[in-house]
Write a protein that binds this ligand. Structure first.
Ligand code: C5P
Length: 235
């Protein structure tokens, strides 16, 4: 799979809205897309199969976090959908992460498995006061990433601000998939740790996940192409 790619977050309430958005893209341009909980729970597993049939690569962002047996069995089901990338919460611990890999099987062509470190909407105050984690954010994220790497996962979801430190700790091949991307003049919304696509590229991010700056743009196709251009990929 090509590194340095823009993943468009299909945060839509249903299949009709998602396909309506994708209809704005020409035939030869099939962005890598992310199906999150909203769309998956509304449109079901067939949405993933449909997107694959239409030639999209799919990041299935369901952020599993449960007991190891449940995660192993669920990953086995997800592996049959043809997703290119799936994820889970590193906070579920090593046993859960290893069980996820077991469920996906050791076969060639399994989806990439990515661990969420800390949500990019979580700030230092929330970490300390609500999650009761005294370790500073950067150190906590690095430690979660190291744990995921030791378990054999392919990378982490993290803030673009953390990508360089994670590569330094876990190696250049360990993938950093980074939401929290905004154009220079854009609104942050609920994201708290953000960078522009260009800054994300400089920080060494492998994939950027971009939702509202593209899906809510006056011209989504232009916004997508701008994102790809600034991040340094080819549409
Ligand atoms: O609209 P926006 O660009 O903020 O969308 C970011 C996407 O990335 C959303 O679908 C959100 O659920 C997802 N995400 C995130 N932070 C994480 C993991 C996933 O923002 N740590």
């Amino acid at each position: 799979m090509r590194k340095k790619d823009v993943i468009v977050a299909l945060d839509f309430p249903g299949k009709g809205e998602a396909l309506g958005f994708l209809d704005g893209f020409p035939d030869g341009e099939r962005p890598f897309v992310k199906v999150g909980m909203e769309l998956f729970y509304a449109a079901g597993p067939d949405m993933v199969r449909l997107l694959k049939d239409r030639g999209h690569r799919v990041f299935l962002d369901l952020k599993l976090h449960d007991i190891p047996t449940t995660v192993r069995r669920t990953m086995k089901v997800l592996s049959s959908l043809g997703a290119d990338m799936v994820n889970l919460h590193a906070a579920g611990g090593s046993a859960m992460m290893r069980a996820a890999l077991e469920g996906l099987g050791e076969v060639e062509g399994r989806p990439l498995v990515i661990a969420v470190t800390q949500l990019t909407s979580t700030d230092a105050q929330t970490l300390r006061q609500e999650l009761l984690i005294e370790t500073p954010m950067a150190e906590a994220v690095r430690s979660y990433a190291q744990n995921a790497a030791r378990c054999g996962l392919d990378g982490v979801v993290c803030s673009p601000l953390e990508a360089a430190a994670i590569h330094a700790q876990c190696g250049e091949d360990f993938l950093t998939v980074t939401p929290g991307i905004r154009f220079a003049e854009g609104e942050a919304g609920d994201q708290k740790r953000i960078l522009t696509p260009e800054q994300a590229a400089q920080a060494g991010c492998d994939f950027i996940v971009v939702g509202r700056p593209i899906t809510r743009a006056a011209n989504p196709l232009d916004a997508y192409r701008r994102c790809v251009r600034e991040f340094g990929g080819t549409p």
